[in-house]
Ligand binder design. Sequence first.
Ligand code: GDP
Length: 202
Amino acid sequence: AQVFQAEFIKSSVRTEDCPSDGLPEFALVGRSNVGKSSLLNSIVRRKKLALTSKKPGKTQCINHFKVNDSWYLVDLPGYGYASAPQELRTDWNKFTKDYFLNRSTLVSVFLLIDASIPAKKIDLEYASWLGQNQVPMTLIFTKCDKRKKKKNGGKRPEENVNEFQELIRDFFETAPPWIMTSGVTNQGRDEMLLHMAQLRNY
Ligand code: GDP
């Protein structure tokens, strides 16, 4: 699985406004600062692509990137911004939830979890919501290159990864697939591309 080509297509604020060509898609979502832009860039290996969606106003949208002219990577608004007014946050929640429940071409939600820190309540809540609503999900652990640090709970990425999976086990009938990644070392890049190729060919 290779990326020959990737281009930004459009920003949408509602599910109905998303591209209607029926191509399969994978949506990336996670807490702000989880490493989503770095991971997107690592997947498509184009430094400026994900940055497009970081322009003011675009971070609150559903951003579609077409890959190899045959499938989409979708950048969703981050959650858990400490500084966003509650009103705004609820709004993002509403439309991303609508997208998760009603986007028929959505193959899997890639929930990004920072593996360099212990599980956060908001991430567990997000995972549980996806599980309870039976939205197909893949756990993408980010920043797996980071060494353990006392201030981050003193655990290795592998330990945080195991703990997170343990904590969400009850929300799923079968444990969601998971991949360990790093936008710095490109760890997990090929595994992610292969995983997406396999899911598309079902
Ligand atoms: P976003 O807000 O989710 O798009 O996160 P960014 O990709 O902008 O990354 C947030 C911060 O984490 C930046 O300071 C990055 O340099 C850092 N970061 C992102 N990915 C990694 C990673 O895989 N490893 C390490 N060590 N740091 C990362």
